[in-house]
Write a protein that binds this ligand. Structure first.
Ligand SMILES: [Mn+2]
Length: 300
């Protein structure tokens, strides 16, 4: 059924197609950027990230795992309707619902609003996950310029579906006072960049682990703007003073376990990127995260 909403792409992730009987991971491009508040272009990210992934070595030093021995299945791009958030979210949720029933899906955005469609699908598949969101922005406004499905409101919309207290946002350094007030009122958990910088990397990992302790299933959403613009300049809305590449990968390696059911990487904008730096980093993050999960699943 989900094939109806998927378009095969000329490039597959890493250049090798996975075997669905062997790999539990499925990849989907989601080239949707209509809700961007500042500048659009993330619709081109799935293509650029796939191309970048083909030149990266598949071996993860942290996980001691070579993803080329068992690559994810690249199922193509979800059919989105530019200009219609409603129809696009519907298609995303149809694909994600079916995928969550038997696979661990990985979505390549697109702007951050796609996560809402993904989680709609998860809920329909009977999954009610905790959400771990890496993002420079709290994205907790009720609306942005009157629009409720702006990418600047995605955490708020998600909180209405899974409960604010089931969400933790890490790396936050951009929010207005009303968002912080709302987050405190509704019990949204967040770890600011200032908190991260004031402690050690172990403190950060410990805090995330404690926050996620009661979660049976966890969905990971990485907005690439959580990374410092020095490492990830090609994002729609960059914010200075972010995580380094190593901080992000070390943290993921230390927290990802068998409870992680899927993930997305969003907000890369290749039209303003330099030498595809941000696409290469996004590809590396996806490869590393899948490798960490392979290790976690085999150690279970
Ligand atoms: Mn963001």
């Amino acid at each position: 059924m989900k094939e109806l909403y998927l378009i095969p792409t000329p490039y597959v992730f890493m250049g090798v197609q996975g075997n669905p009987d062997k790999s539990p991971f499925s990849l989907y491009g989601v080239p949707f950027d209509s809700t961007n508040s500042f500048r659009g272009g993330s619709r081109f990210a799935p293509l650029h990230i796939r191309v970048a992934s083909q030149s990266l070595e598949a071996y993860s030093f942290r996980a001691s795992f070579n993803l080329e021995t068992n690559p994810p299945v690249d199922e193509g791009d979800i059919f989105v309707v530019h200009g219609s958030t409603e129809l696009s979210l519907r298609n995303i949720s149809l694909v994600s619902e079916e995928s969550f029933r038997s696979r661990k899906p990985v979505f390549i955005g697109g702007d951050h609003t796609i996560t809402y469609g993904v989680i709609e699908g998860a809920l329909r598949a009977g999954i009610r996950p905790c959400l771990l969101i890496f993002d420079a922005h709290l994205d907790f406004r009720n609306d942005y310029l009157g629009y409720k499905f702006s990418h600047a409101c995605v955490t708020r919309r998600l909180s209405e579906r899974v409960g604010a207290d089931n969400i933790v946002v890490a790396g936050v350094r951009a929010a207005d006072q009303s968002e912080i007030k709302g987050a405190k009122q509704l019990g949204l958990k967040y770890i600011s960049m200032l908190d991260i910088m004031r402690g050690t990397s172990r403190d950060f990992v410990r805090r995330l682990r404690n926050t996620l302790e009661g979660c049976k299933q966890i969905y990971l959403s990485i907005d690439m703007d959580v990374v410092d613009p020095a490492y990830a300049p090609g994002v729609a809305t960059p914010e200075p003073e972010g995580l380094t590449t190593s901080q992000l990968l070390n943290t993921l390696y230390n927290i990802m376990d068998e409870r992680f059911i899927g993930m997305d990487v969003v907000e890369v904008d290749p039209t303003i990127d330099l030498s595809d730096i941000t696409s290469f980093l996004a590809a590396r993050i996806i490869m590393e995260a899948i490798s960490y999960l392979h290790t976690a699943l085999s150690n279970k």
